[in-house]
Design a protein around this ligand. Structure first.
Ligand SMILES: *[C@@H]1O[C@H](CO)[C@@H](O)[C@H](O)[C@H]1NC(C)=O
Ligand SMILES: *[C@@H]1O[C@H](CO)[C@@H](O)[C@H](O)[C@H]1NC(C)=O
Ligand SMILES: *[C@@H]1O[C@H](CO)[C@@H](O)[C@H](O)[C@H]1NC(C)=O
Ligand SMILES: *[C@@H]1O[C@H](CO)[C@@H](O)[C@H](O)[C@H]1NC(C)=O
Ligand SMILES: *[C@@H]1O[C@H](CO)[C@@H](O)[C@H](O)[C@H]1NC(C)=O
Ligand SMILES: *[C@@H]1O[C@H](CO)[C@@H](O)[C@H](O)[C@H]1NC(C)=O
Ligand SMILES: *[C@@H]1O[C@H](CO)[C@@H](O)[C@H](O)[C@H]1NC(C)=O
Ligand SMILES: *[C@@H]1O[C@H](CO)[C@@H](O)[C@H](O)[C@H]1NC(C)=O
Ligand SMILES: *[C@@H]1O[C@H](CO)[C@@H](O)[C@H](O)[C@H]1NC(C)=O
Ligand SMILES: *[C@@H]1O[C@H](CO)[C@@H](O)[C@H](O)[C@H]1NC(C)=O
Length: 433
């Protein structure tokens, strides 16, 4: 019965099961470029790459107090994980661990003062990675707990959410779908301190987001504004999408990942259902050429820019969802394979045009912010590269790819994801962030 409904679903959304992981995933250029990027950040004071010039692919650097700062060090930790345990090479592993640690130091001052608001969750990634390797590293433990406290301090019990952006009128309480990604730091800090209030805050925020950001068809609003004194929704709008009622692709991807991650942390079925619904919508909206546009509802004329970063984030979200299906008891093997097939197709289709050997970034064709003046599109983006690396790690850990640099690496339909990857709790290194 499940098989039948899955076959129908697959027919509906029209993707084939023949896609294999892109050959570029484990190309030596990945480690080479990351190494160069990590060794070239400006120092005194340290600055971090966010996106590239659209003309020559050179990284543009920004001060540490910005939401994307953690991605380069986190990508170094991801390559540490890859070379430490997935594709063993101790020289490379040590090199990337050292780089991840070194690059994190510029983020430590942000615990005392940051203007990133809710994005402290993103800033916490490299410290969470460090704690997974060395629990006795007090600098990293303190960073995780402090970032979690900063996010918890932004919780308003009347609204039921953590505040995303600060506003001049404090009663105008703005929450963006991206905020789902920052909830993970609350679970990470709970694991270190035993403070369950942090989990309660994460669940309240996710419940409200489910109610007010996600539309009945599984699509999503970017921004929901609440009145902080009454808790009422006063506005639903976009900031980075095409229109207030459109679906900004990267926001939808954050939602797929965010709700799959809520299920991973809580085992509450409502989050699994929401992740499935948002993932189905995402897949159903990808055009037949496979290229993810920056907003699913943006008109075709003038030609709408792609957002390869949204495709990479959604890929990892779908792989997480696949692992959650596999972890059900009894294991939902057909559901797991459905999502991992979709993830591999999304990854392949979008790597095919965005892979950019001659640029400093791994990928091109990212859209940072198209409604900005001037629009910022057709760039490399550090988080696109980060989730590309993460996708490569996940596919190996799920047995769907191996470390050899070959386009003939094919998923093994006979061995779908197993329950061995259901929780990060027993690992000596971290595989999700
Ligand atoms: C890896 O793949 C790239 C093309 O994607 C190719 O240029 C390179 O020679 C390959 N390297 C190895 C070691 O197979
Ligand atoms: C291991 O990594 C080092 C450093 O990145 C590299 O020079 C070397 O070629 C790698 N060894 C193998 C067998 O891939
Ligand atoms: C401890 O963690 C910090 C921050 O993650 C890092 O910069 C530092 O190098 C680590 N220290 C050691 C001794 O590993
Ligand atoms: C748990 O975390 C919340 C939110 O940061 C804080 O208000 C509370 O004091 C903490 N409880 C303990 C026992 O530390
Ligand atoms: C929120 O509601 C209060 C009380 O009704 C009102 O004074 C305030 O202007 C409202 N704020 C916004 C942003 O609507
Ligand atoms: C958004 O609203 C406008 C105006 O009400 C409408 O024309 C358009 O079809 C709507 N778009 C979507 C994606 O619902
Ligand atoms: C298995 O996963 C698919 C896709 O998410 C879902 O439609 C189906 O209901 C799941 N089956 C079970 C038994 O949970
Ligand atoms: C990708 O970006 C390049 C410019 O860097 C552009 O020429 C090309 O059309 C873009 N491809 C897609 C599929 O959007
Ligand atoms: C992409 O960005 C360029 C440069 O800012 C801008 O001229 C162009 O209008 C943007 N493309 C679209 C379709 O918005
Ligand atoms: C790894 O990939 C290569 C190239 O596709 C293949 O020949 C080999 O059998 C694969 N190894 C495993 C363990 O799957």
């Amino acid at each position: 019965m499940h098989l039948v409904s899955l076959v129908c679903l697959a027919t509906l959304v029209g993707f084939s099961r023949e896609a294999s992981p892109p050959s570029q995933l484990y190309d030596p250029l990945v480690a080479q470029k990351l190494l160069t990027s990590a060794q070239s950040v400006p120092n005194n004071p340290i600055q971090y790459p966010q996106y590239t010039s659209r003309d020559n692919g050179q990284w543009q650097y920004f001060p540490a107090d910005y939401w994307t700062t953690g991605f380069l060090p986190a990508a170094c930790y991801a390559l540490y994980t890859r070379f430490n345990s997935l594709c063993p090479n101790s020289t490379a592993a040590n090199q990337f661990l050292e780089l991840g640690r070194g690059l994190s130091t510029g983020e430590v001052p942000l615990e005392a003062h940051t203007t990133v608001g809710h994005d402290v969750g993103f800033l916490s990634f490299p410290f969470v990675d460090e704690v997974a390797i060395d629990k006795s590293n007090q600098t990293a433990v303190t960073a995780v707990n402090t970032f979690a406290t900063l996010l918890a301090d932004r919780f308003n019990a009347i609204v039921g959410c953590t505040r995303s952006w600060d506003t001049s009128d404090p009663t105008d309480f703005q929450v963006i779908i991206d905020n789902m990604m920052n909830l993970q730091v609350l679970f990470d800090s709970e694991a270190l301190t035993g403070n369950t209030t942090l989990r309660d805050i994460a669940m309240s925020h996710a419940d409200k987001t489910m109610q007010n950001h996600v539309r009945p068809d599984g699509s999503s609003y970017h921004v929901v504004e609440y009145n902080s004194t009454t808790g009422d929704v006063i506005r639903r709008r976009t900031a980075q999408g095409y229109a207030d009622n459109s679906t900004w692709t990267r926001g939808q991807a954050w939602g797929v990942y965010g709700f799959a991650n809520m299920y991973r942390n809580t085992q509450q079925t409502r989050y699994l259902d929401t992740a499935r619904q948002m993932a189905s919508y995402y897949i159903s909206q990808v055009p037949s050429d496979g290229i993810v546009p920056w907003d699913f509802n943006a008109p075709l004329d003038p030609p709408r820019p792609a957002d390869s970063s949204a495709a990479m984030i959604a890929t990892v979200g779908l792989l997480m969802l696949s692992q959650q299906e596999a972890s059900l008891s009894p294991s939902n093997t057909s559901g797991a394979q459905y999502w991992s097939d979709a993830a591999i197709k999304l990854l392949s289709d979008n790597t095919a045009f965005a892979w950019k050997p001659e640029w400093q970034s791994l990928l091109s064709n990212g859209t940072v912010n198209n409604p900005a003046s001037p629009p910022n599109n057709l760039t490399g983006i550090i988080y696109g590269d980060h989730y590309f690396i993460e996708a490569g790690n996940q596919l190996i850990s799920m047995g769907l790819a191996n470390c050899s640099n070959s386009s003939s690496t094919s998923p093994a339909p006979s061995s779908p994801p197993t329950t061995q990857h259901t929780s990060g709790a027993s690992r000596t290194h971290r595989l999700w962030w």
